[in-house]
Write a protein of this length. Structure first.
Length: 128
């Protein structure tokens, strides 16, 4: 499906991304998402939600073990991506971040992960 940038979504708007437990790393005492948390090798589209259009508790209720990270819409755009609507998804807050190539997505994922801010952090239990 061809995606186009949602020009009605300003660069200052915040996007939320759910982060699986294995997508979190302790980086010198600071928990942050790993870059893999911003990669989708199946669809090459990164699912996000517009924060001011979503309810955090409703969004996370089906995913109690997952964390939630935030990035501004300007960040993926500044890295060559677009933030596109998903008309096939009934949730009006849902968007996808799309890059022109898988390698561009992988390159951008590191910067997204390093700049993401936690909305909800659920630390995995310590490994033995």
């Amino acid at each position: 499906m061809t995606r186009i940038d949602d020009e009605t979504l300003g660069d200052e708007r915040i996007l939320w991304r759910r982060i699986l437990p294995h997508g979190i790393i302790n980086d010198e005492g600071r928990y942050r998402p790993q870059s893999i948390a911003f990669v989708d090798r199946r669809t090459f589209e990164i699912s996000v939600f517009v924060a001011d259009m979503a309810d955090e508790d409703s969004l996370m209720s089906k995913y109690p073990g997952e964390s939630l990270a935030a990035i501004p819409a300007r960040l993926p755009r500044s890295l060559g991506g677009i933030v596109a609507r998903t008309p096939e998804n009934p949730d009006a807050a849902h968007r996808v971040i799309v890059y022109p190539t898988p390698s561009a997505m992988k390159k951008a994922s590191k910067i997204l992960a390093e700049n993401a801010q936690w909305v909800r952090l659920i630390k995995s239990p310590p490994e033995n």
